[in-house]
Design a protein around this ligand. Structure first.
Ligand code: GZL
Ligand code: ZN
Length: 327
């Protein structure tokens, strides 16, 4: 190969490596301390962050799956601080216990964005919040049930999300607020299924042992718990859904949860939208540019109900709605 060609190849290679190294230096480094991989919702949320905070979009994402372990999540955030990342995003496993590490991030001058869930810390301890209002989700579930029962009695079993998670606390509190207006309702029991399918199944199995024949409503605080509860009720010969003895309410409205809703197996599914990364990226871009940004951004939710049910509080599912869902 003659010298000229070699020369061209060499400077092309140098140029390419300069672009690569320059872009490596220009990438905005973001740490995301993710709850874990406990649910389809979480999987969709993780994929959304990996798609949005890509190198092509100018980011270097360090997403740590904290496996629903609070200590691991605090350690992940401390490692982000040690690495001197540009931004830290936290989806808090627990709402309590964040003051110390948030202070450490503030002392290190690293902006922190709380995402998905809420924390019990003063708003001055972090820079922005992007998430959903799970208390409203609980209120929506309660209002939908009241509309459906229209004064009839309810004997309710509830499978809660992870203990100490704001998403579980919010849904529990919101539903309880509506329930307070209905003396004809009784909460027979409410236990944590930890937002997992196994958790939903084992809690439902224990509920069936204690309350078989006594309950007509089951509330699962996410779709994966609902799948577990459905398996347990199937095994016990208990019917649920539009044509069943038990009204089944779920949260998240993930793709498969809405398929069950369309099929009439889940009566009402209250959405909690996991597609939040673009909104978080918008906040970071404003911070980068030194522009004003929203300290809190609420990600909108809606609710869905099975075909044949008309509701003021939920949209009746159709094939078109399912086909158009992003997750
Ligand atoms: C809700 C989110 C919850 C989902 C669960 O904002 O934090 O965590 O409802 C997930 O599916 O595990
Ligand atoms: Zn699916």
């Amino acid at each position: 190969m003659n010298k000229k060609v070699l020369g061209v190849l060499a400077c092309t290679a140098v140029a390419a490596s300069m672009v690569a190294s320059a872009s490596a230096e220009d990438l905005i480094t973001v740490g995301y301390a993710q709850v874990g991989h406990e649910s389809d919702w979480r999987t969709a949320n993780t994929k959304n962050y990996e798609d949005v905070f890509s190198a092509e979009n100018g980011y270097e994402l360090s997403l740590i799956d904290c496996d629903n372990d609070n200590a691991a999540q605090l350690e992940a955030v401390r490692n982000f601080i040690t690495q001197g990342l540009d931004y830290i995003i936290i989806a808090p496993i627990q709402s309590a216990g964040w003051d110390t590490v948030l202070q450490e991030a503030q002392d290190a001058g690293i902006p922190v964005i709380i995402a998905d869930r809420e924390i019990e810390a003063d708003a001055s301890m972090y820079d922005a919040w992007v998430g959903t209002n799970t208390k409203n989700e609980g209120i929506t579930a309660g209002n939908w049930l009241a509309e459906q029962l229209d004064g009839a009695e309810a004997k309710i079993l509830q499978i809660e999300g992870s203990v100490g998670a704001s998403a579980a606390i919010g849904r529990t509190d919101g539903f309880a607020e509506v329930m307070a207006d209905h003396s004809e309702w009784e909460m027979l029991d409410s236990q944590s299924g930890d937002f997992t399918q196994d958790g939903g199944q084992s809690v439902m199995e224990s509920f069936i042992k204690s309350y078989e024949g006594q309950f007509n409503v089951v509330i699962c605080q996410n779709d994966n718990e609902a799948y577990g509860a459905m398996d347990a009720m199937d095994a016990a010969g208990i019917t649920y859904g539009v044509d069943g003895d038990v009204i089944l309410i779920s949260y998240d409205a993930t793709h498969d949860g809405l398929q069950y809703t369309l099929d009439g197996k889940i009566n009402c599914n209250v959405e909690c939208n996991p597609i939040q990364a673009e909104t978080v990226k918008g906040v970071i871009e404003k911070m980068e540019a030194g522009e004003e940004y929203e300290a809190t951004t609420l990600v909108e939710d809606q609710a869905f109900c099975a075909p044949g049910i008309e509701s003021e509080y939920a949209t009746t599912m159709t094939d078109e709605i399912l086909a158009g869902r992003a997750y």
